[in-house]
Structures are given as structure tokens and as C-alpha cells.
Design a protein around this ligand. Structure first.
Ligand code: ZN
Length: 225
């Protein structure tokens, strides 16, 4: 599945070895925030390359714009994802998110923050602050955030236990959403937020909501005699 590749860092020239990904067979259903099933998730260590010398992070280390290369000098870059017990892989995604944010690539930054959150989920570390940052970025995108991203924001808010905010934004979205799949997702997010559920939800779960328990009552009327 992996093959080793030698890459020269576009920023400092340091040559280092990285694992390049071959094809991955996907099996199982992705979560609503796009998190792939476990089998594909194990490949996450190969999604980004990190320079062992200057710490620059990119999908391909041999490519860096002048702007991207500059960001690595900022203290904010070093501090991104630097905290106790933070897995290295999560730090890597958060540093790339920082580069993307500083160079105005907010869509990419959201994506990388999500990846960091998935790593934290796998390590059973609370990812609420990372998710809230991604949710803020989607808000900052304003009109540039499409329905998919706005639905993602609902998921991020709910997963970070900002339930009331998720419910009120779901209500706002449902006033204008027409497309049936998007509506179902918004309704499912709203319901889960109402039930204060912060766990991952799959697309199939959103499409086929479980029957409500405790609401179905069989009433028998006495037969008229
Ligand atoms: Zn480097």
C-alpha cells in the first residue's frame, strides 16, 4: 500500500523519506463530516509530508509558494496544535491548517482541521476546540460557504456540544433548503443536537432515521356493545 519516496523540501532543501500512498480500497460508510471508514483512515499518516528540518508541512513537500514558506517562521505556526498529549499527526494537520488560514485558503484550512479532529477522535482526545475553530472559519467564509460546508458547520457545532447553536442554525437552514438530501441531513443534525448527541453520525443514519421510541402507543377502544 505504501512506497517510500525521497522528497526535497521546497523551503529548506532538506531531503527526507516519506511514504507515498498507493490505492486504498474503501469499505464502509463515511461519517457526515466526511471521515472515512477505519480502513482508509489508517492512511492518514501519508496525507501530508512534514520536513524534519524546518517543520514545513504540505501534501507535497517539494512545493511551496513564497507565502506558504514565510508562514512557517511565525510563532503561531509552531504553536498550532502544540499542547500536552497532542499526537504528532494531529499537530501536523493543524500546522497545515495554519498555513492555509494565513494564506487565505480557508476551505483547505477547514478540511485540515477536520483531519486533525479525526486523529484526536481516534486517540479519544477531546477535539471540541479544533471543531469550533473549523466551524468559525466556515462562518468567516460567509456567502462563500456552500450548503455542504454549512451542513458541515452544523455537524461541527453538534460534535463540539454547541447544541443550541446547532439547533438554531439548522432551523434557519431548513427555512430555505429545498434539496431533499440536504434537508434530511439538517433534520438529522437538528434531532441529534436536540437529543444532545455529540457522537459521529453516518450519512445512512441521516437518510434512514430510527423510529422514535416511546411515541408509539397502541390504544384499544372498548367495542360498542
Ligand atoms: Zn524544510
Amino acid at each position: 500500500m505504501y512506497r517510500p519516496v525521497k522528497v526535497a523540501c521546497a523551503r529548506c532543501g532538506e531531503v527526507s523519506m516519506h511514504e507515498e500512498l498507493g490505492s486504498v480500497t474503501n469499505s464502509g460508510s463515511a461519517d457526515l463530516d466526511g471521515r472515512p471508514p477505519p480502513r482508509a483512515r489508517y492512511t492518514m499518516s501519508a496525507w501530508l509530508q512534514e520536513c524534519p528540518n524546518c517543520l514545513y508541512v504540505a501534501r507535497n513537500l517539494s512545493e511551496a509558494t513564497a507565502e506558504e514558506a514565510d508562514v512557517v517562521r511565525e510563532i503561531g505556526f509552531i504553536e498550532s496544535g502544540l499542547s500536552e498529549n497532542m499526537p504528532d499527526l494531529a499537530t501536523r494537520f493543524m500546522r497545515r491548517a495554519y498555513i492555509d488560514e494565513q494564506t487565505g485558503q480557508l476551505h483547505e484550512a477547514v478540511r485540515r482541521l477536520l483531519h486533525a479532529a479525526w486523529v484526536l477522535d481516534d486517540f479519544e482526545i477531546d477535539a471540541a476546540s479544533v471543531r469550533l475553530r473549523a466551524a468559525e472559519m466556515i462562518l468567516a467564509l460567509g456567502e462563500q460557504a456552500d450548503t455542504e460546508l454549512r451542513l458541515k458547520r452544523l455537524d461541527l457545532l453538534r460534535r463540539a456540544m454547541a447544541f443550541r447553536q446547532a439547533i438554531s442554525e439548522a432551523d434557519d437552514m431548513l427555512k430555505e433548503l429545498v434539496e431533499p438530501v440536504s434537508r434530511k441531513i439538517a433534520v438529522a443534525q437538528r434531532r441529534a443536537a436536540f437529543e444532545r448527541r455529540s457522537t459521529a453520525m453516518s450519512l445512512s443514519e441521516a437518510m434512514h432515521p430510527p423510529a422514535r421510541r416511546g411515541h408509539l402507543r397502541v390504544v384499544t377502544f372498548p367495542r360498542p356493545s
